[in-house]
Design a protein around this ligand. Structure first.
Ligand code: ARG
Length: 499
């Protein structure tokens, strides 16, 4: 039957193309004053209406056949099963809608059932726009509900609010799924070819403390990596460290003043954040120091060995601090910071220039990307590169050298516009086709304090991540002790450890 459905759908698609073509022809003829409809077109339209009807019937019976067939030993993806079921129901209720929206999600609260289908609201809009029909979402929800095919998993349907369809699953269906999982373990979906995924996560900045936002990125990114690896993908875990830029000028200048023999004796920088603050204060207040800092940037960029050494020393201090956190969280990540892309950036600028995408504005080289009002700055007026340039270079490297099928950026939502513009620029210049390669921003919100502002200490500093983790450990231990749970051996927890 699946073959029959596919054949029918294919024929339908072919004929629809032909109808489109003929309709355009007819319109053209009308413009020339030749009225009348081609008999060929009329015939095709009629045949198509029949085909659509037949496709619906076939799809419905396929659905029913699938539901009747014995549940497989493997796991069922309940969400996609429900999508299938609602897909059939919507098609049966509104056969003329092309690609109707299939919005099935788990319910936020159990009183609203286990899952819900929220397609009715969007269908209302579509009917209004495309057919000028005014139908309330509740009415649509009702029609969809009446067309739900027989199935093995839904116990009850309720229509709620403006037109949500709440789905209650059958208890025995859920318990069968759970026991199959317990007996057979978690069954993996069949993975066609092995895909390569690059995940850019954590990515703190050298000489600045890792803050709570980086913690989110670290945890979410690590979890994604584990999931992709579990399913059998080839995962590249990348730490896009902020390890390059003009701030290194002032850090190196300060290092040279404070530890003049840094080339031979390793400088005891204990607290790099304090060191950063001190150099920033000097940069803002001492004119001579500022000039010196700028000279240091130039020397660093020209790869002067003494300055590279100073840069490495500073990076090492941060690196050790970051590693403590990764060890504590059992996170594995490869360092590939912004500095890695420095040598590639000239070519990136050239490529955009040759493509005719670059404009010069006040000495800066900028690139406008369709759909985005703020341009990317790829070269600053002093000739230096920017965060935009390094992200373009990183995107290209991941596509062409790593040959990634998916690239995921786990970064807070504050950087959404930056990343979307970078992705759009990559498409504009022809680096990838989003239908083939998935490049996405896995965004998460900014962590807020009790005052609903960005999470900071009372004195206005960002909270040190290591202190936060230690505080968390201490508080959970206090809670365990309070309930005397610290005396209970939780054997099962230890048996679920990672390989
Ligand atoms: N270092 C950046 C920050 O702390 C995050 C980098 C995210 N990754 C990227 N490819 N831009 O804000």
């Amino acid at each position: 039957m699946e073959v029959q459905v596919a054949q029918c759908a294919e024929r339908l698609q072919r004929q629809e193309k032909e109808i489109k073509f003929l309709t355009a022809e007819v319109d053209r003829l009308k413009n020339y004053g030749c009225l009348g409809v081609s008999p060929n077109l009329e015939g095709l339209r009629e045949e198509n209406a029949k085909l659509k009807y037949r496709l619906n019937v076939l799809q419905k019976s396929l659905q029913e056949e699938r539901s009747r067939s014995k549940p497989s030993k493997g796991m069922i993806n309940i969400n996609s099963r429900l999508q299938d079921i609602f897909g059939v129901a919507i098609k049966a209720a509104y056969p003329d809608l092309e690609n109707p929206p299939l919005l099935v999600t788990p319910s936020q609260q159990s009183k609203f059932g286990d899952y819900q289908c929220n397609s009715a609201m969007s269908i209302t809009q579509i009917l209004l726009k495309t057919k000028e029909q005014k139908v309330s979402p509740r009415e649509i929800a009702d029609k969809i509900a009446r067309n739900i095919p027989d199935n093995e998993c839904i116990a009850k349907i309720e229509i709620a609010g403006p037109g949500f369809i709440n789905v209650h699953l059958k208890k025995d269906f859920v318990s069968k799924q759970l026991s199959s999982m317990l007996v057979n373990g978690v069954q993996l979906p069949a993975l066609g070819e092995r895909k390569k995924v690059v995940i850019d996560f954590s990515s703190p900045n050298i000489a600045k403390e890792m803050h709570v936002g980086h913690l989110r990125s670290t945890i979410i990114g690590e979890s994604m990596c584990r999931l992709f690896e579990f399913v059998g993908f080839d995962v590249l875990r990348l730490n896009h460290l902020g390890d390059w830029g003009t701030q290194f000028g002032m850090l190196i200048a300060h290092l040279q003043d404070k530890f003049p023999d840094y080339l031979t004796v390793s400088p005891p920088i204990g607290d790099l954040q304090a060191f950063y603050k001190e150099s920033k204060r000097r940069f803002d207040t001492e004119e001579e120091f500022k000039k010196h800092a700028y000279r240091c940037v130039v020397l660093l960029q020209s790869k002067n060995p003494d300055f590279i050494k100073a840069w490495k020393l500073i990076c090492d201090v941060s690196r050790k601090e970051f590693q403590k956190i990764y060890d504590c969280l059992d996170v594995t990540i490869i360092e590939r910071g912004e500095s890695y892309y420095q040598d590639k950036m000239n070519d990136i600028v050239k490529e955009f220039e040759e493509g005719g995408f670059v404009q010069v504005d006040d000495g800066r080289k900028i690139v406008f990307v369709p759909g985005y009002s703020v341009p990317l700055t790829i070269v600053k007026s002093d000739g230096g590169f920017t965060y935009d340039t390094s992200d373009l270079a990183a995107l290209k490297q991941r596509l062409f050298e790593e040959k990634a099928d998916y690239i995921i950026y786990v970064v807070d939502s504050g950087q959404a516009v930056h990343l979307q513009t970078i992705f759009a620029a990559g498409q504009m210049i022809g680096w990838y086709d989003p239908k083939v390669t998935r490049v996405t921003h896995a965004a998460f919100g900014v962590v807020l304090g009790e005052d609903k502002k960005k999470f900071k200490t009372r004195s206005g500093d960002t909270v040190r991540l290591i202190d936060l983790l230690q505080e968390g450990l201490k508080r959970s231990m206090d809670k365990l002790k309070e309930k005397e749970r610290d005396k209970v051996t939780m054997g099962f927890l230890f048996s679920v450890s990672r390989k």
